[in-house]
Ligand binder design. Structure first.
Ligand code: CA
Length: 231
């Protein structure tokens, strides 16, 4: 899951980013409202770059509420979780009214933040169920465990990130740059392993039929009902 963190406090920003990375999220961090709005409205191949925005309210250059208003006015549907100060009840209410999906009061527990993020992602994907299931493969986004026919499958963090993107939307063809976006944040060192190498590893571990290569376009986990399958 690729997340945009908009937070001007260096200590909070740094600890949130660290913790979320360890949880397997890909995190980009900006420190003012203008940069936040620009990043949150950016898209690639017609799709929003982020699965979720973590938005502080007290921000330089443009307030978090202002960013939120602008996002919703422009029709950006990305889930937004606001991070607020304890005494700012009015701001919290205003944030929810302006289209925020959830909020957390500072100082917050990082485990709770991750759990709420998973819940929001689930809701955005229209799933009530915490597990993502595809045929005999079951993926748990919170624990990052994968099983096939009930047997655990060991995946690296990048393999897991790639698989969860692909499995979250069967039938969607992902371009290689789109998949790369799911793997690396701005500050991450891009490893020498390419998307193709991770796909190869996933096929080897989970079966070659799971992920199809659409020549010149990208990769897809086919829909199980066979509908909307390309080619
Ligand atoms: Ca702030």
């Amino acid at each position: 899951m690729r997340v945009l963190l908009v937070e001007d406090d260096a200590m909070i920003g740094d600890s949130v980013r660290q913790a979320l990375r360890q949880e397997g999220f890909t995190v980009d961090w900006v420190r003012d409202g203008e940069a936040g709005l620009a990043a949150a409205t950016s898209s690639q191949d017609g799709e929003a770059c982020y699965d979720l925005v973590l938005l502080d309210l007290g921000l330089p250059r443009r307030s978090g509420l202002d960013v939120l208003h602008a996002l919703r006015t422009r029709g950006v549907p990305t889930p937004v979780l606001i991070l607020t100060a304890r005494d700012a009840v009015a701001d919290r209410v205003a944030g929810l009214n302006a289209g925020a999906d959830d909020y957390l009061v500072k100082p917050f527990d990082l485990q709770e933040l991750a759990a709420r993020m998973h819940a929001l992602a689930r809701r955005a994907a229209g799933r009530a169920e915490p597990l993502v299931t595809y045929g005999e493969i079951v993926l748990n986004p919170s624990t990052r465990e994968v099983t096939q026919r009930g047997e655990p499958v060991r995946l690296s963090a990048r393999e897991f990130a790639l698989l969860s993107a692909l499995m979250s939307r069967p039938g969607k063809v992902w371009s290689v740059p789109q998949l790369q976006e799911r793997l690396y944040g701005w500050d991450d060192e891009v490893g020498s392993n390419t998307v193709e190498v991770y796909i190869h590893a996933l096929r080897k571990k989970l079966g070659a039929a799971l992920i199809r290569n659409i020549r010149g376009v990208g990769y897809v986990v086919p829909r199980l009902d066979g509908e909307g399958e390309p080619g």
